[in-house]
Design a protein. Structure first.
Length: 192
């Protein structure tokens, strides 16, 4: 008897009723979304990269909130290409690092797409690294690899260089958000 009752319950047709939220909830959501959009666009950028969609979304919010945005110059495709380069560098580069008494030398290579990203990013970032007067930076683009050499005379700076390694050096000099916004606005920082 219990088995027949259970089968009857399981075999009974199921009706799913879907309703819209009340109008008050819809307008509250719209109002809240609008406030969040306004508040987010007023804030400084926070997405440094590696999260290409989040970085693009953040830049779009800032551009849309700025009445002085020159939409004829906006280049979100260029920003996306740069974010792809960042991802290729961070996830696809094969790096051989050699510790030097005064710093390090890192030889970075990879498949064609990764090598292309390295050729675009390492020399450009070397310019940013040179802003730090405590070290000397050299980037050499070769046919099969890009070499980054960073050296210093101060032992504490040498330790910092070696601790950062290639990827830490590429992520240092936190200029990425401003750089992303400049690319999106149609400027060409570092020749991108």
């Amino acid at each position: 008897m219990r088995t027949r009752l259970l089968l009857a319950i399981l075999a009974a047709p199921t009706v799913l009723v879907v309703t819209s939220p009340p109008a008050s909830a819809q307008s509250a959501h719209s109002h809240t979304a609008g406030m969040a959009h306004g508040a987010a666009s007023a804030a400084a950028l926070t997405e440094p990269g590696q999260g290409a969609f989040a970085a693009l979304s953040e830049v779009v919010r800032v551009l849309e909130a700025d009445p002085d945005t020159d939409w004829s110059r906006v280049d979100l495709d260029g920003l996306r290409a740069h974010l792809v380069d960042m991802d290729l560098l961070a996830t696809g580069a094969v790096v051989e690092t050699t510790g030097l008494p005064d710093g390090l030398r890192a030889r970075a290579t990879g498949p064609a797409a990764v090598l292309g990203a390295l050729r675009r990013m390492v020399p450009a970032h070397a310019i940013q690294l040179r802003a730090d007067q405590s070290w000397t930076v050299e980037a050499v683009v070769g046919p099969k690899a890009v070499t980054l050499r960073v050296t210093a005379t101060d032992p504490a700076t040498v330790a910092r260089i070696q601790g950062l390694g290639f990827f830490g050096l590429m992520a240092s000099q936190d200029h990425h958000r401003a750089h992303h916004l400049a690319i999106a606005r149609g400027d060409t920082p570092h020749g991108h």
